[in-house]
Design a protein. Structure first.
Length: 466
């Protein structure tokens, strides 16, 4: 068990606290740095599920994947994809699908703030935009930091305009002001969730009144700017998706630059790792005689952070339809290969992050079972109620290729369950396990991950496809 958590006679079931950098060769460390640099460019630019889908589609098309709608049939070696309403992606490298699918399913959405349908108003001589939360956040973490707007607006003419406002140097960004220290006497006595309430969050949009002399002077100036710059009016704002996200690029942390801080790593880090694995899988999963043993599938899924409801979520039929279309196109007229039988032979990684234990979390964790920074990909069998035979199969695969891994369990007593897309696939009769890198500061404006854990996620997902 050299690649996993193994134990000797003197280390029975004891978790080491330090990361496993000392076990990494210089070549592997350089490779991890290269992956981290490429990832930082991605995660610093891709801040919504739509931007993640656009990125994935560009990479897939460049690698020779074609829209499955253009394929009357598929054969082993074919590479196909489907765009799920610009908010999700399905991709596959075709093998012998009768042996089942190997699926990596990540979610592309992240908790964040968004503008309400009628957001703009004036107050105390300033312009404000009112906000709501999309997913679970701690409101007090979102005040007094620079923010940018990322979103999409459909105009009355049917054109879709992608907006990114506040990212470029010299361009105005946005901020939610907290109460100044000198006026916050009573606030300091409140609980954190009472001191900064979600319903009170408003970002400043400007301070120069419109010269027209109408009411709501700042709001009029804001609307005039949006109209002149982007052709957007009040009706377009009502229907738009306008998200408020942390401004700026991903950053390295520590004197050794071994950690990455960025917005949206839950769960776009797994989207990145899963995408790299499917791009690489065509040439690595072949059997000696050239045939591909099973069909490899990658999903980037929307709406996990809000309960997996809606037509682009894991609970919709769109991803199942993609799998069914593969079976139909490969085995048309062959009654021996059916959708239920293929699903029951399939294996799924619910690619989602786990929560790491650090100095602040250790009092709430069972340290013998907690996930720690730099110790590899986290396996959480509780999140997906995995069968132990499948868990052991995956562990053997990771060990075979020297992939660092660790078990992950939240809490001290009763098992703590978070959300993931695992249940959506388990309900179809597939074997599922939750596996992904661990992070600190989940659902915060900046989340933290180890370069080594990122690298092990990328290589571990690739091993799953082989």
């Amino acid at each position: 068990m050299s690649a996993g958590e193994g134990w000797g006679e003197e280390k029975i079931m004891r978790t080491e606290e330090y990361g496993r950098w000392s076990e990494v060769s210089e070549d592997t460390a350089r490779e991890a740095d290269t992956v981290a640099a490429h990832y930082c460019d991605y995660i610093g630019r891709v801040k919504t599920e739509r931007e993640a889908v656009s990125y994935c589609l560009g990479e897939l098309r460049s690698a020779g994947f074609v829209d499955i709608a253009e394929c009357a049939e598929v054969r082993p070696g074919d590479k196909v994809y489907r765009n799920i309403r610009n908010k999700g992606v399905a991709a596959a490298v075709i093998g012998d699908t009768g042996n089942g699918f190997h699926i990596i399913a990540a979610h592309a959405d992240s908790p964040r703030l968004a503008l309400k349908p009628k957001p703009f108003r004036d107050d105390t001589g300033l312009g404000y935009a009112s906000l709501y939360a999309r997913g679970g956040i701690k409101p007090y973490l979102w005040v007094d930091i620079p923010l940018a707007i990322h979103g999409i607006v459909a105009t009355g003419s049917g054109e879709s305009i992608e907006l990114v406002i506040g990212e470029d140097e010299g361009e105005g960004c946005f901020m939610i002001p907290d109460i100044s220290l000198h006026a916050s006497g009573s606030q300091k006595e409140l609980k954190m969730d009472e001191a900064v309430r979600l319903q009170d969050l408003q970002c400043i949009t400007g301070s120069i009144p419109s010269p027209t002399g109408v009411e709501e002077h700042i709001t009029r100036a804001v609307m005039d700017y949006l109209k002149s710059s982007y052709g957007i009016g009040p009706d377009e704002i009502v229907a738009a998706e306008l998200h408020l996200v942390p401004r700026g690029k991903a950053i390295y942390l520590g004197f050794d630059r071994s950690l990455i801080a960025a917005f949206g790593q839950d769960d776009r880090i797994c989207v990145y790792a899963g995408l790299q694995a499917i791009l690489d899988s065509g040439g690595r999963c072949r059997m000696p005689h050239g045939q591909i043993e099973h069909t490899n599938v990658f999903f980037a899924i929307d709406r996990e952070e809000i309960g997996s409801i809606g037509s682009t979520s894991a609970n919709s039929r769109v991803y199942e339809n993609f799998l069914s279309d593969i079976i139909t196109r490969q085995y048309a007229g062959k009654t021996s290969v059916t959708v239920p039988t293929v699903f029951e032979k399939s294996k799924v990684i619910s690619a989602d992050v786990s929560i790491l234990t650090g100095a602040l979390e250790k009092n709430f964790s069972d340290m013998h079972n907690a996930a720690l920074c730099g110790r590899g990909i986290c396996l959480d069998k509780f999140m997906s109620s995995s069968n132990h035979e499948f868990v052991q199969w995956f562990i053997r695969r990771l060990n075979e290729y020297d992939i660092f891994w660790q078990s992950s369990m939240l809490g001290k007593g009763a098992v703590q369950f978070g959300g993931s897309v695992a249940a959506s696939f388990a309900h179809k009769g597939m074997e599922v396990i939750n596996a992904g890198p661990g992070i600190f500061c989940s659902h915060a404006p900046y989340e933290i991950v180890s370069k080594l854990d990122l690298f092990m996620a990328c290589t571990g997902y690739s091993v799953f496809y082989r």
